[in-house]
Write a protein that binds this ligand. Structure first.
Ligand SMILES: [Zn+2]
Ligand SMILES: [Zn+2]
Length: 287
């Protein structure tokens, strides 16, 4: 018997009929900001909204949430992937103003030194929890911050795989990111642009490009073959570097990855590139 989270057979055939397509009435993703200047995304359900990372100010969270057509008072919780400042800078004020709990790994809760007025609940990889009517499954991610997490969100026959700041695609990350209707995946840098960029010392370039750094366009593109199934409808390129990547370069790489997929996987796959100056609302809404 396979784990309920194992990648399902979507081909039909001797194992039985292919699983039904993901529904459209469960989950929406809104990317308010992503990149080294600040990250914040919303997972919206009919029961409420989960804020994933809060590396922008509370004022910006509220303004951008409203710009997505949503009421910030529907935010029920903040989930934090890791302690880096571009993911936590606005957590304390936002959690306090909205009166919502914060969930993060124990190392992140300690590393970010949350003031006592923030109620932080520790998360463990592979221990699902229920937030705003969503089953959230945290999973371990290789990155240069302790106990960094990615998240899989599941609700009513719908799923989002979400992972930024990942040095390389591990088996564990692949397991939880695969076969989602919406896949939000880091596509941080172009390898040649990183190598040529004069503004970073060699040590920083090694860190960014290393196994505990950030995913390149090429790695994200190659990863699509592992992660995308016939039920995947959109891939969102996340955490695009402002110095060592361009939206068009990222898009070209992800589209090349899509074009290599089997027709059943790639034919309808939408490629979206999000960025600091390119918030994207309503990903996953039926068009
Ligand atoms: Zn980051
Ligand atoms: Zn980071």
């Amino acid at each position: 018997m396979t784990s309920p989270l194992a990648r399902p057979d979507t081909s039909g055939g001797p194992c039985g009929p292919a699983p039904a397509p993901w529904g459209h009435d469960g989950l929406r993703l809104h990317v308010l900001a992503t990149g080294s200047k600040g990250n914040a995304s919303l997972v919206e359900t009919p029961e409420g909204i989960i804020l994933v990372d809060c590396g922008i100010s509370c004022r910006q969270v509220i303004a951008r949430t409203r710009a997505c057509g949503l009421d910030p008072l529907r935010i029920r919780a903040i989930l934090v992937t890791h302690e880096h400042v571009d993911h936590v800078a606005g957590v304390r004020v936002t959690a306090g103003k909205l009166g919502v709990p914060v969930y993060a790994s124990l190392a992140t809760l300690r590393g970010a030194r949350w003031p006592s007025e923030v109620s932080g609940t520790p998360l463990q990889a592979r221990r699902p929890l229920e937030v705003a009517g969503v089953r959230v499954i945290p999973f371990s991610v290789p990155h240069d911050a302790p106990e960094t997490l990615g998240f899989r969100f599941e609700r009513a026959g719908d799923a989002i795989g979400f992972c930024t700041d990942i040095g390389h695609l591990t088996d564990e990350a692949g397991e939880y990111l695969s076969d989602a209707r919406i896949l939000a995946l880091e596509s941080n840098h172009d390898v040649a642009m990183l190598s040529d960029y004069p503004g970073y010392p060699a040590s920083l370039k090694r860190r960014i490009g290393g196994d505990d750094g950030h995913l390149s366009n090429a790695q994200a593109s190659e990863g699509l073959a592992r992660l995308v199934t016939s039920r995947t409808q959109a891939v969102v390129g996340m955490h695009i570097s402002e110095h060592t990547n361009l939206p068009g370069v990222c898009r070209d790489a992800l589209e090349r990855g899509r074009d290599l997929l089997a027709p059943a996987q790639g034919r309808h796959l939408q490629i979206i590139v999000a960025g600091e100056a390119r918030p994207v609302a309503g990903i996953g809404a039926e068009s």
